[in-house]
Write a protein that binds this ligand. Sequence first.
Ligand SMILES: Cc1cc2nc3c(=O)[nH]c(=O)nc-3n(C[C@H](O)[C@H](O)[C@H](O)COP(=O)(O)OP(=O)(O)OC[C@H]3O[C@@H](n4cnc5c(N)ncnc54)[C@H](O)[C@@H]3O)c2cc1C
Length: 458
Amino acid sequence: MGPEPARMADVVVIGCGAAGLSAAIEAADRGARVIVIESEPSPAGSTRLSAGYAAFCETDLAPGSREELYLDLLEAHHGDHDEALVRLYVDHAAAAYRRLLELGVRFAGTFQFAHMHQAWGHEIAGSGVHGGAELGRLLEIAARERGISIMTRSRARRLLRDEQGRVDTVMVDTPAGTLRFAATRAVVLASGGFTRNLALIRNHGRPGTERILAITGAGSRGDGLIMALALGADTAYLTAGIAPTGPADPATGKGAMLVYSGAVIMNRDGQRFCDESGLYNDISWAALEQPDGLIFQIYDEAIRQAHLGTMLGRVLSGYAEHKADTLEQLLGLLQQAAGLDAEQAQLEIAAYNRAVRRGEDPGFGRRHLVGTAGTPPAIASGPFYGIVTVPGTTHFNGGLKVDVALRVIDVFGEPVAGLYAAGEVTGGFHGAGYLSASHVGMALIFGQLAGQNAAASA
Ligand SMILES: Cc1cc2nc3c(=O)[nH]c(=O)nc-3n(C[C@H](O)[C@H](O)[C@H](O)COP(=O)(O)OP(=O)(O)OC[C@H]3O[C@@H](n4cnc5c(N)ncnc54)[C@H](O)[C@@H]3O)c2cc1C
């Protein structure tokens, strides 16, 4: 077994995002000594980049029932997911929300995304820019108040087992070299997804998915997935989970999504190809089939102003906008920049404007801005704007197979003793699709449960 451990704890948590911090806090409150290790110089995973929307039911802000949330999840997952994990989510959503209030997290209201029949997405209050940054900050304070040590620049590279087969050691690359961290009770993998690991995407994704532009945390390399695969762990919905989400600007690497405020989308041929108010994953999937995968988002000043007032507008910023006084000039700029067929685009927008003014969209059935909220406006009042985007991603859905105790399950259907996982490193809950706000929700709910179970394990 190598040298004496450099550090020892009851529970070692790998990753300092919503899942890892939630697990650490719950384990500490059950009497466990906890260490969190984080590969990056500061905790800056996807959680902190995110809008922080979390889908909960049976709360003061979203009183709808768990059965109603379940049905929305089922629809978003195209009827195909791990039933037990989805039940686990809806059954524990309200308790997780109450726990967050105890920990000092505050919510400003709710938002209704596409595929939601009710506004389940809880918006974090007090966040100037990213709801996720505020969520991460508050969870980190709660963790430090409990004496949990958070070790940055510490990248977990291998998991080792004792003679009985229980995972009891994490080998960690640190500035002082590779160190051995011992866990007397359990290890919790909360290292996020693998959106930035091209080799894994090429191996497991459909052809073309390697073109998806990741705007996720730098640590989304799939380390947790790889370490657990080495122990024989099984995966769930890995291939289905490698999916684009919202469009992103390849020039700046920034997400850009004005569709839910009314932007119209077209391809390089100047033709619309989807319902812009649909699920953003569906928009990006459709875009992968378009010439060069390009998505032109076109909007006017009124739409721009409306967007800047939303959480999405605050979180997804910094992209390169083209601007012109007239629509014709704007389309000319987009033609020069990325080859848009400006003539066809002008005709398309004229037809679109006529359709939305009549309150109908025969081509793609766009009737609301998002979900069942809002009415798409005509693109009519200059100045006019355009962004050239490609299918991007904020997360993948597939990952390690876990059971309802959040134990990692191996390829023979047995739990990997001593190993738990939560958050984007796991798969199965999302199945074949994604309900907005359910990734942060899953990281929080399952993170809490994984921490409770890890602390209780022998
Ligand atoms: C721009 C953006 C907006 C989003 N908005 C939303 C939203 O509003 N609602 C929603 O539900 N989802 C949203 N998502 C997705 C969501 O944020 C993530 O799926 C979720 O936060 C993942 O949480 P996590 O704790 O599992 O992973 P992360 O938050 O990514 O945390 C994992 C941590 O583990 C660290 N790590 C990785 N490897 C190692 C290693 N080997 N050793 C030690 N540490 C390691 C990483 O550096 C990272 O800090 C968004 C994502 C982005 C990028």
